[in-house]
Design a binder for this molecule. Structure first.
Ligand code: ARG
Length: 575
C-alpha cells in the first residue's frame, strides 16, 4: 500500500495500540492534509477526553511510539501531530509505482458480481439529454468496477414495451416499414412519436386500431411482434450510433429491456400474492412495504398489477430485481437512474427485501442522477421548448472543438480525430465532474474551455507531457526512473500521485466518479506548477536531473491517462 494517508492511518493505529492498549487499535487517527506539514493527525484530542489525560501528553506518547516512522513528527498547539514524510520514502514509493502496471491500484478480493443498470432510454421517444448522464456515469462505474477485478454485468433496461406501442405500430404501418425504419435509424424517434400521437388524439379510427393493436401485441400475435421487432431494431441501431460516438462500452449483449421480463410478470405477481407479500387493494395487486406513507398518512402501495389486470413499471422492476439476484447472481446492483425516481426504487428495494428476493448480502443502490439544466437554471430545452436531441448536442460539441483547434495547423483527418476526442471528452467530463446527484448546468462555453476542471484541460495536460517527450527525443516508456524529488513542486506532485490507487478504490465503492475528476484536476494543476518551476528539456538542465524529471512526467502521464480511461474520456496523443 502506497497511499500515504492509508500508511499513516495504519502506523498511527499501531502506535495507539502500543501506547494505550489494543482496544484503541481501531480508533480513527483523523489524518488530514495540513498546511504546516504533509499531514496532521488529530486523534490525540478526542482520545485525551476518553483517557482523561492532557491532549499534548497523549500526542507525545503517540509520537514516541512512531519513532521508526519514515518522517518527522511534531506536536503542536493543543495536541496536533504534524507529520512530514521523508523525501526518500516518497521517492522510493513513486519509483515503485512507476514500475507497477496497475499504478498502485489494487484488486478487490473476493471480487463481486456487480450488475449495473444504466443508460435505459425509452424507445417510444428519442433518446434525449437526460439519458446522456445515466449513460456516461454508468459507463464510468462499469469501467471502474472491471478495473478493480469485479465481474460487471451491464443491463440496459430499455423502455421498449407498453401501451404507446399500439399507436407506434399503427403509425409504422401507415407510413410504410421502409420509411419508418429510415426515420427511426436517423434519430427521428420523437417526430415519429409525435406524429403517431397527433393521429391518436384526432382520429377516432386510428385510436381504435391502436387500442386493438395493444391487445394483439400483448397476446404475442406473430405479425404484430414482427412489426414491434422492426420498430425496435431500427431504434436500437440509432442508440448504437450514439453509443459509438460517445465511446460507451454498451453492446447489444447488454440489452435487457422491459419486454424481456414479459414472460415473468404473471409469476412475479402470483408468487408475491401467494406469499402474502402482495395484497389486493381497490382491485389492484399491491405491496405495502413498511415505512412508506403518503401525504394522508396511509400506507403507500407499490402497484404491481393494476385493477384492469395490466402490469406496469413496478412489476417489471420487481421481476428484474429477482432475475438479477437469482439468475445473474448479483452481489451488488447499481441503478444509475434520474433522481426523480428515488421513491420508486426505495419502494422496489423494500418490497424485494420483504419478499426475500433481495437478501441482506446483496446491496441494491440507486445512483441518483441529477437533472440537466440550461444556463437559465431551468430544465434543459431548446428555444421552442422541446427537449434537446442528443445527436445535435454531441454534434455541437464536435463543431465547437473543431473551431477551438482550427488554428493548430493539423490536416483535415487529424483535425477531425482530435475534434471528436475533444468534443466527446468535453461532454463526458462535464457530466462526470459534478457529483452525480446534483443538478448540472449544461454550459458549452465552460465545458469546452481549455482551462479549469474540464475535459479539454485534462486532455491537454496529457498532450503536453507527450510533447515534452517528443522534445526530449524519447518515448515515455523509456523513462524508467528513479524518481528523485528535489524541488518543492516535484515533492508535492510525487506525494499527490501516491494517492491514486486508494482514491480509485474509494471512488468505486462510493460510486463517485466526480472525485476521480477532482483528483486528476489537482494532479494536472500540480503538474503545471512543476513544469513552470522545474525545466525538463531546456538547455542547461543537467542530464541526471532531466532523467529524474522525465520519470516524474511519465508517472503523471500514466496516472492521468489511466484516470481518464476509467472515466471513459478519450485521450488524443496531440492537441
Ligand atoms: N427507461 C427509464 C426512464 O427513462 C429508466 C429505466 C431505469 N431502470 C430501471 N430498472 N427502472 O426513465
Amino acid at each position: 500500500m502506497t497511499d500515504p494517508q492509508i500508511v499513516l492511518t495504519e502506523r498511527v493505529q499501531q502506535a495507539l495500540a502500543r501506547a494505550f492498549g489494543q482496544e484503541h487499535a481501531d480508533a480513527d487517527p483523523l489524518i488530514r492534509p495540513s498546511q504546516f506539514a504533509d499531514f496532521q493527525a488529530n486523534v490525540a484530542m478526542s482520545l485525551a477526553k476518553r483517557l482523561r489525560r492532557a491532549p499534548r501528553e497523549v500526542a507525545e506518547a503517540i509520537k514516541t511510539e512512531l519513532s521508526d516512522f519514515p518522517g518527522t513528527i511534531e506536536v503542536s498547539g493543543p495536541g496536533f501531530l504534524n507529520i512530514t514524510l521523508d523525501d526518500s520514502w516518497i521517492e522510493s514509493e513513486a519509483t515503485r509505482m512507476l514500475a507497477d502496471p496497475r499504478l498502485g491500484v489494487g484488486t478487490i478480493t473476493p471480487s463481486q458480481t456487480v450488475v449495473i443498470d444504466y443508460s435505459a432510454p425509452n424507445a417510444a421517444k428519442e433518446m434525449h439529454v437526460g439519458h446522456l448522464r445515466t449513460t456516461i456515469v454508468g459507463d464510468s462505474l462499469a469501467r471502474l468496477h472491471e478495473h478493480l477485478g469485479n465481474t460487471v454485468i451491464r443491463q440496459n433496461h430499455l423502455g421498449d414495451w407498453g401501451t404507446p406501442f399500439g399507436m407506434l405500430i399503427e403509425h409504422l404501418l401507415e407510413i410504410g416499414e421502409e420509411a419508418a425504419v429510415a426515420q427511426l435509424e436517423a434519430g427521428q424517434g420523437t417526430e415519429f412519436y409525435q406524429a403517431a400521437r397527433a393521429k391518436f388524439d384526432s382520429d377516432d379510427d386510428f385510436r381504435q386500431r391502436a387500442r386493438v393493436r395493444v391487445t394483439t401485441l400483448q397476446s404475442g400475435d406473430a405479425e404484430t411482434m414482427r412489426l414491434w421487432h422492426v420498430f425496435m431494431e431500427a431504434t436500437v441501431r440509432y442508440f448504437n450510433k450514439v453509443y459509438q460516438l460517445l465511446g460507451v462500452t454498451l453492446t447489444d449483449a447488454d440489452l435487457a429491456g422491459e419486454s424481456m421480463y414479459n414472460p415473468m410478470l404473471q409469476k412475479t405477481c402470483d408468487d408475491l400474492e401467494a406469499a402474502g407479500t402482495a395484497v389486493i387493494s381497490d382491485g389492484a395487486l399491491c405491496v405495502f412495504p413498511p415505512g412508506f406513507t403518503g401525504s394522508d398518512d396511509k400506507p403507500l402501495p407499490l402497484i404491481i398489477r393494476k385493477s384492469d389486470g395490466g402490469y406496469g413499471y413496478a412489476t417489471t422492476d420487481m421481476a428484474a430485481i429477482r432475475y438479477r439476484v437469482h439468475d445473474l447472481k448479483a452481489e451488488r446492483i447499481l441503478y444509475v437512474v434520474g433522481n426523480e425516481q428515488a421513491l420508486h426504487f426505495r419502494m422496489v428495494f423494500a418490497a424485494a427485501r420483504l419478499a426475500g428476493w433481495l437478501p441482506d448480502s446483496v446491496s441494491a443502490e440507486h445512483v441518483q442522477i441529477g437533472m440537466m439544466l440550461g444556463k437559465d437554471g431551468r430544465r434543459f430545452k431548446t428555444r421552442s421548448g422541446e427537449s434537446v436531441k442528443l445527436m445535435d448536442l454531441l454534434q455541437e460539441a464536435v463543431d465547437r472543438a473543431t473551431a477551438a483547434i482550427a488554428d493548430r495547423g493539423y490536416d483535415d483527418a487529424t483535425t477531425k480525430e482530435i475534434a471528436h476526442a475533444v468534443g466527446m471528452g468535453a461532454v463526458k467530463y462535464a457530466d462526470l465532474s459534478v457529483s452525480h446527484d446534483s443538478e448540472y448546468v449544461l454550459d458549452f462555453d465552460r465545458m469546452i474551455s481549455f482551462t479549469g476542471n474540464t475535459g479539454p484541460y485534462m486532455q491537454y495536460a496529457t498532450a503536453r507531457i507527450r510533447s515534452i517527450f517528443r522534445k526530449a527525443g524519447m518515448a515515455p516508456a523509456e523513462a524508467t526512473g528513479p524518481i528523485v524529488l528535489a524541488a518543492p513542486a516535484e515533492r508535492a506532485l510525487g506525494l499527490q500521485l501516491l494517492g491514486f490507487g486508494e482514491l480509485v478504490s474509494q471512488v468505486t465503492t462510493e460510486s463517485e466518479p466526480h472525485r476521480l475528476c477532482n483528483f486528476l484536476f489537482q494532479t494536472a494543476s500540480l503538474f503545471s506548477t512543476f513544469y513552470d518551476e522545474c525545466p525538463v528539456t531546456k538547455e542547461g538542465v543537467d542530464p541526471e536531473t532531466r532523467q529524474h524529471r522525465l520519470a516524474l512526467c511519465k508517472l503523471v502521464l500514466d496516472v492521468l491517462e489511466k484516470g481518464l480511461d476509467l472515466l471513459g474520456v478519450p485521450v488524443p496523443e496531440r492537441m
